[in-house]
Every structure is written in C-alpha cells, then in structure tokens.
Ligand binder design. Structure first.
Ligand SMILES: CC(C)(COP(=O)(O)OP(=O)(O)OC[C@H]1O[C@@H](n2cnc3c(N)ncnc32)[C@H](O)[C@@H]1OP(=O)(O)O)[C@@H](O)C(=O)NCCC(=O)NCCS
Length: 179
C-alpha cells in the first residue's frame, strides 16, 4: 500500500450517515463549477441512508473528515466503469468535492490517496481512475500527488456550463503499485 501523502494522516474517510443529510443538502447548493452540471439539486436520499452506508458493488460515497477534530470537509464518490462485458474489465472512476474553506491545504490529495487505497483493498479491480477538466490544475496536481499517472486527454467529453469540455484522465493500476 502506498502511504498517504501526510503521515500521520490529517484526514480520514468514513461512511455517510443519516445525521449528515442536512449538511450534504447545504453543500450541494454550493458545488464548485467543476462539479456543477446544471442538474436539479435533489435532496439527499434519507431512506437510502437509513438503510445503511452509501456503498454498493457499483458505486459509493464516503465523507472526508479531519482527524484532528472530526470536522467533515467534503465527500469522495466512485462508480464502476466497464471497459468490456466481463467483470475483469471494470474499473472504478472517482471524484471529489471539498468545501471551499478546506481547499488548498493538501487535504484533497490525502483524501484521494486514501480512496485509492480503499478501493484496491476492498475490491479486486485492476484499475482506479479519475478525470478532470483540462483547466482544473489543482485537481490534476492533486491526483498526481496522490500517486495516479496522467494518461491523456478525452476531447469534448463533458458538457457543463453551456459547452463541451476536454478532460485529462489519470489512473493507477494495481500492477503499478505492486511493481
Ligand atoms: C480539487 C481539490 C480536490 C484539490 O484538493 P486540495 O486539497 O484543494 O488540493 P491540494 O492542496 O491537495 O493540492 C493542490 C495542488 O494543486 C496546486 N494548485 C492549486 N491551484 C493551482 C493552480 N491554479 N495552478 C496550478 N497548481 C495549482 C497546489 O499548489 C497544490 O500543489 P503543490 O502541493 O505542489 O503546491 C479541491 O480543491 C476541491 O475539492 N476543489 C473543488 C472540486 C473539484 O474541483 N473537484 C475535482 C473535480 S473533477
């Protein structure tokens, strides 16, 4: 396992609970431009949260919180991406959103490194990936610092704010870590 960029870690990931629902709804109204797709802000699904953690075989979401005082500072989420019809050809694609006051302090890098560790430790996927807008230099740097490798540009893949945007793809393979 790769060590998180900060040792000891300053952030940790935990399951989201029903008690987080109001806070998530408030955060949803303040999404960064990179995570705002102009879709309606549906309230957090409290029935799903009451049933248990937001984690399935196909996707999931975890809270990012500060180790020092337990303060929640954002979320990470992932979904399965299929590169072929067989289970071996699936990867996990993840994303992150920190609240504005928590950005620029290295927490995002730590959280993403922890999520990569978590996904490799709890599933058998061979590939974990993330894409971000070519203009999102903070996320590109953060993904690099979290240990992912830059692979290339997916042109015109994402429609946001009235235009198509190019994305930079980053990934880490299980083999990259074992080698
Ligand atoms: C993107 C995000 C996760 C990064 O996490 P963070 O904790 O803010 O970032 P970090 O402090 O870990 O690291 C950011 C790195 O990018 C660099 N950076 C920040 N802004 C930059 C800019 N405009 N140009 C170049 N580099 C920049 C920082 O200097 C730092 O690198 P360094 O440590 O080598 O100096 C966080 O800012 C966030 O949640 N932003 C809003 C949501 C978002 O953009 N999510 C990704 C969408 S795909």
């Amino acid at each position: 396992m790769t060590r998180p960029p900060s040792d000891p870690p300053r952030v940790r990931l935990r399951d989201i609970t029903l008690a987080d629902a109001d806070m998530l709804d408030a955060w949803d109204g303040e999404r960064s431009a990179y995570n705002d797709f102009g879709l309606p802000h549906d309230p957090t699904d409290r029935e799903a949260l009451a049933r248990g953690p937001l984690r399935t075989e196909r996707n999931g979401q975890l809270m990012v919180e500060l180790v020092a005082d337990g303060r929640p500072i954002g979320t990470v989420g992932w979904h399965r991406e299929m590169y072929g019809p067989n289970p071996e050809s699936s990867a996990f694609n993840f994303g992150i959103e920190l609240i504005p006051e928590a950005r620029g302090q290295g927490y995002g890098t730590e959280a993403q490194a922890l999520l990569v560790d978590y996904l490799f430790a709890t599933t058998d996927v061979h590939r974990v990936e993330a894409s971000t807008d070519v203009s999102n230099l903070a996320e590109q740097r953060s993904l690099e610092k979290a240990g992912l490798r830059r692979e290339g540009v997916t042109r015109g893949a994402q429609f946001r704010a009235g235009a198509y945007h190019d994305l930079v793809v980053f990934a880490l393979l299980r083999d990259d870590r074992d080698g």
